[in-house]
Design a protein around this ligand. Structure first.
Ligand SMILES: *[C@@H]1O[C@H](CO)[C@@H](O)[C@H](O)[C@H]1NC(C)=O
Ligand SMILES: *[C@@H]1O[C@H](CO)[C@@H](O)[C@H](O)[C@H]1NC(C)=O
Ligand SMILES: *[C@@H]1O[C@H](CO)[C@@H](O)[C@H](O)[C@H]1NC(C)=O
Length: 195
């Protein structure tokens, strides 16, 4: 992890640019930002083992550098995973050398029958009309948790394949049975240094 951070810093200084905190005016401390940045690994018992044992699943934006759904990718396939960071209870994602996106939950407003509950979907950006704005993110040990008032997701997420390919990541604020076709995952950063 550490060499990657250095690499990241080097590429920053090479292009002589500093990421802007999209939607977060007044916060631009790159120095306090980079040290806690980490890849987030998705661990799930339901995942089929891959042939290449070194392959890991990581949290990433569906389309790198663009706002939209958050997904789980094989970090060694196609492209690298994204870096994330928690600052003031907000989860952020490095989009590219010049942009950092907030990660939020969107209320899908549709009950999944098996669960009796409405799933909340992870997205980058904060423009969705069903965005939940008052939730907070935190690490418990290596594990990523989301809280909304007295409610918490307990660090439990589901990686759900989409009919159109790829997958979305959803969560609930109470324990539910695993939705059909989805994999229960927990999300871990092994190297974050703060928050
Ligand atoms: C970084 O991402 C932002 C938002 O998607 C985009 O406007 C900008 O052009 C990107 N910059 C680079 C260097 O790719
Ligand atoms: C995100 O996922 C939802 C649910 O599958 C889908 O309806 C929506 O179109 C996706 N958004 C984008 C920007 O791909
Ligand atoms: C999500 O939307 C449903 C249906 O509109 C609503 O009942 C539920 O309270 C919302 N959940 C959250 C966490 O806002």
């Amino acid at each position: 992890m550490f060499p990657l951070v250095l690499l990241f810093l080097c590429s920053l200084s090479l292009v002589a640019s500093i990421p802007t905190w999209m939607y977060a005016p007044g916060q631009s401390q790159i120095g306090s930002l980079v040290p806690g940045a980490a890849y987030i690994e998705a661990l799930g018992v339901g995942y089929q083992p891959e042939r290449a044992s070194a392959m890991q699943r990581h949290l990433a934006s569906e389309e790198q550098g663009h706002l939209g759904n958050v997904t789980v990718i094989f970090s060694r396939r196609k492209r690298s995973a994204d870096l994330f960071y928690i600052n003031r209870q907000q989860l952020w994602q490095f989009a590219n050398e010049t942009a950092i996106f907030p990660v939020n939950l969107v209320n899908t407003t549709t009950v999944i029958p098996d669960t009796g509950e409405v799933p909340l979907r992870l997205v980058t950006g904060n423009k969705d009309k069903n965005l939940i704005s008052s939730g907070t993110w935190r690490w418990r040990g290596t594990m990523l948790l989301y809280d909304l008032g007295p409610l918490t997701n307990g660090g439990v997420y589901y990686d759900c394949p989409q009919p159109t390919g790829g997958s979305t990541v959803i969560t609930f604020l109470k324990p539910v049975p695993t939705p059909d076709g989805c994999n229960l995952v927990t999300l871990h950063a092994w190297s974050q240094l703060s928050d």
